[in-house]
Design a protein around this ligand. Structure first.
Ligand code: TMP
Length: 253
């Protein structure tokens, strides 16, 4: 499919104009960043894996009645999505303490939380996506109370779905980040799940060994990131082999 004009380039993805009004093409890059892009690398095959994995999760969520931006996968690195106005919040759901929460509260990583905890960061790279209380969100008009109620309800359903799917393949869902967008249907406005769901935006630990199968492998230099994501994809039956190790095409005479 012919790609339209580039609309936006983020750290891990590029958005292009889609073939029809109200659609975009989301392209998954191989770039990995951490600590607000202080650490950067190009990781062969990451974009291909995240494209597939995000398709898998978004399709499953659609099937249980959660509206998402995903329309269809176009090829190895691109998917067609609904254009949405992104709510400027990173919605983080935590089941076990890890990362910034463990650090902030001096908790041991992996400690089970009394219940899933949701937190919000204001999406602004220049500020380092600061954690914000609900009161800021409402007062500054980033989302209404009704929006927040919908977001919390959907985030908890996403958590139950992802936790169950992961548990089924021997992986513990420690935490994850999701984003929401607004779409307009006539006078009616609603929120849909947007962005991506992939090991870039989740913490995934092997239930038996505690091995990390997510972007912490890159953040903390724990090994090969593509191998970790390939393991997740293989267990979920999404992709059989490591795309960075696939033979390159050869010319046939
Ligand atoms: P944190 O513990 O560093 O706050 O991260 C919580 C979750 O959010 C974790 O699953 C990683 C994910 N995350 C992102 O997707 N993007 C980000 O920019 C950050 C900081 C975290």
């Amino acid at each position: 499919m012919a790609r339209g004009k580039k609309i936006y380039e983020g750290k891990a993805k590029v958005l292009y104009e889609g073939p029809e009004q109200g659609t975009l093409v989301q392209y998954f890059k191989d770039d990995a960043t951490a600590f607000n892009a202080e650490k950067k690398a190009v990781i062969d095959g990451k974009g291909v894996l995240n494209n597939r994995l995000s398709e898998f999760f978004m399709t499953g969520l659609h099937n249980i009645g959660i509206p998402t931006h995903f329309l269809k996968r176009l090829n190895m690195r691109e998917q067609l999505i609904r254009a949405a106005e992104i709510v400027p919040l990173e919605v983080i759901v935590r089941n076990y303490a890890a990362g910034s929460m463990a650090k902030r509260l001096g908790m041991e990583e992996g400690t089970q939380l009394p219940r899933p905890i949701i937190e919000f960061s204001y999406k602004d790279d220049s500020l380092g996506d600061p954690l914000v209380p609900e009161e800021y969100i409402i007062a500054f008009g980033w989302a209404s109370q009704q929006d927040l109620d919908d977001i919390v309800a959907m985030a908890l359903r996403v958590n139950d779905f992802l936790s169950g799917v992961m548990f089924g393949v021997g992986i513990k869902l420690i935490d994850f980040k999701i984003e929401f967008g607004r779409v307009y249907e006539g006078d009616f406005q609603r929120l849909i799940l947007a962005d991506e769901i992939s090991p870039d935006s989740c913490r995934l630990w092997d239930i038996e060994t505690g091995e990390k199968l997510d972007k912490d492998v890159f953040r903390r230099d724990l090994g090969n990131l593509t191998d970790a994501y390939t393991e997740v994809a293989k267990r979920l039956g999404v992709m059989p082999s490591n795309p960075s190790q696939m033979p390159k095409p050869t010319l046939i005479n």
